[in-house]
Design a protein around this ligand. Structure first.
Ligand code: PLP
Ligand code: COI
Length: 367
């Protein structure tokens, strides 16, 4: 669905009757965890066929009324994004590459037959929420404000076709480490299930992809692992990605490899940023297929020194161990963080947090 050329929207501000008291907020921010705590506000923008985007509000966060026949509840017409706001030491607030999230959101919208949101409107909605909730950005190392823009089909209609009514919403959640264990490296369970097939929705950030990952994720957790790994649908041989992260492999010759964007994995913004940073460091980065058998063999021979997961929520997280349903498992390097992983993580985080120059213009200061 094409974007309708629209006049800039004005946002109505709805007053909050009872914002969270400062002492309660402070105790939440001291140990935010991931995804369980939410700020006081949200942005909502409506879309109606023939009218386009309208009725933008910034108001108190709270339940939304939906007709029980709303398409999202039946056919899962939903997409989302994830990005973070950081409190910089100079008192400013910054987003990391929000335009990239806006672009990916529209790519997801196209795949799910949903209306595109003008990129400036996506970024403005996120900025307005962050400014309203700026007191909610944790300042400690490793913590940030996780932003979750999403769109749902709200039309009450049970026939199967693209809906004619949608809501775009942005909520925010103070976030610390994604992984509860806090271990120096995570353990991965190789799933027998398939996440995405060629021609499917693997490259879109839609809720349905994650719904399909929940059984394999539960299996991983039940066996004591931190994340699930998916292989390709056709041969069940090629490493694709984790339930919520992309993967990189680091070799003894200093080179890196990451699976290519062939339509079945999410084009991660962290992935793209790390490829660029690594190449600027003089490292060779190949976007090539890598088989699970080769991975095991390279880990055993010592040719492979490191593997790490990356994403907005996970940042850069070393992978220490890999286990498969056939009972086999292997350890990568010493099972802890590798040197290249640590170097790239430091480079990325320093840019995101305003502690290093930002030559690519990735950091968008909003206050
Ligand atoms: N792959 C999946 C399935 C994800 O859910 C995510 C997280 O957003 C990523 C990869 C990493 O993407 P990004 O770096 O843009 O957060
Ligand atoms: C993100 O990193 O933003 C994600 O969406 C991963 C997630 C499933 C929390």
């Amino acid at each position: 669905m094409a974007t309708i050329a629209e006049a800039p929207l004005s946002f109505a501000s709805l007053p909050h009757p009872a914002p969270t008291p400062a002492d309660v907020r402070a105790s939440i921010l001291a140990n935010p965890g991931f995804g369980t705590q939410f700020t006081d506000h949200m942005v909502v923008i409506e879309w109606t066929e023939g009218q386009g985007w309208h009725d933008a509000t910034l108001g108190p966060r709270g339940p939304i009324a939906l007709d029980p026949a709303a398409s999202v509840l039946h056919y899962a017409q939903e997409i989302f994004e994830g990005l973070k706001a950081y409190a910089h030491a100079d008192g400013s607030v910054a987003l990391f590459r929000p335009e990239a999230n806006a672009q990916r959101f529209n790519a997801s919208a196209q795949r799910l037959a949903m209306p595109e949101l003008p990129e400036e409107l996506f970024v403005e909605a996120v900025k307005r929420l962050v400014l309203a909730d700026r007191e909610w950005i944790p300042a400690q190392e490793g913590a940030s404000l996780y932003l979750r823009p999403f769109m749902i089909a709200t039309e009450a209609f049970l026939g199967v076709r693209a809906a004619k009514q949608y809501k775009f919403i942005v909520i925010a959640s103070p976030a610390g480490n994604y992984f509860k264990s806090g271990a120096p490296a995570v353990s991965i369970w190789v799933s027998d299930y398939t996440r995405a097939a060629p021609g499917g929705t693997g490259a879109a950030k839609c809720g349905g992809n994650y719904a399909a990952s929940l059984v394999p994720t539960a299996e991983a957790f039940a066996r004591g692992h931190d994340q699930v790994l998916f292989l390709d649908a056709a041969e069940h041989k090629w490493v694709e990605e984790l339930g919520g992260m992309n993967l990189f492999f680091g070799f003894e010759d200093g080179s890196l490899l990451t699976p290519p964007l062939a339509g079945t994995i999410l084009p991660g913004i962290t992935r793209a940023s790390l490829i660029q940073l690594a190449r600027e460091e003089g490292l060779t980065v190949r976007e090539e297929r890598y088989s699970i058998d080769q991975w095991r063999e390279d880990a055993a021979s010592g040719r492979l020194l490191e593997t790490f997961a990356c994403g907005t929520a996970a940042v850069v997280t070393p992978v220490g161990k890999v286990a498969s349903p056939d009972g086999s498992s292997f350890t990568i390097g010493s099972g802890g963080p590798g040197q290249t992983t640590a170097k790239l993580k430091d480079r990325l985080v320093a840019i995101q947090r305003g502690q290093a120059p930002d030559p690519h213009g990735w950091v968008v200061k909003i206050a």
